[in-house]
Design a protein around this ligand. Sequence first.
Ligand SMILES: C[S@@+](CC[C@H](N)C(=O)[O-])C[C@H]1O[C@@H](n2cnc3c(N)ncnc32)[C@H](O)[C@@H]1O
Length: 200
Amino acid sequence: MEDIIADPPAAETLFDPATAFGNKGPFELEIGCGKGGFILRRALDNPEMRLLGIEWSNKYFKHAADRMARRGADNVRIMRTDARHFVIHHLPVECLSALHIYHPDPWPKKRHHRRRLFQTDFIDAAIRALIPGARWAIQTDHAEYFEWITDLMEQTEGIERTEYDDPKFGIVEASAQTNFEIKYREEGRTIYSLAYRKLK
Ligand SMILES: C[S@@+](CC[C@H](N)C(=O)[O-])C[C@H]1O[C@@H](n2cnc3c(N)ncnc32)[C@H](O)[C@@H]1O
């Protein structure tokens, strides 16, 4: 279990994937990994990869870390921190092969919109952290937040829209099969998705 948990970097320090995992393998990040359903499957299907899941909720963080340990997913690290702060202040330039964000909290009330993860500074920092050619997949069940995200992403330079479906990145038949997605599909909710690639 201790091997799975990654401590948030100290102030003014960059996260070092080589220290957290060792040197080899594509490095991917999932923000708001929740109970860890997606990251676990990705890790077990791709043992050569290094996968970091960031989760703010202590309950989900513990659940996900415990689940990875029980399933022997030793290519996963779970970190409890604010992903927005982590991406802006602690993620090195051009380190990520893929970024996954599935069902980010929508903060539907207008006065709470500033709490949304997707803001220009966050998007710019995330794109800085992608390797040229790397992929960013996003999925939500919230129509208005989807519009907000799409508008911001479409205004961003240095990326191009790409197919959401891509089994190489864990998306099969337009589905990431996260815990929330499974629940929402059962309830008959519409799922919205989009993906981008960083230009080379
Ligand atoms: C709606 S849940 C989705 C969980 C998972 N991605 C899924 O689809 O099943 C959103 C998750 O993001 C986490 N979260 C929200 N804001 C966060 C932040 N700033 N940093 C890290 N995690 C965050 C929440 O604690 C919650 O577990």
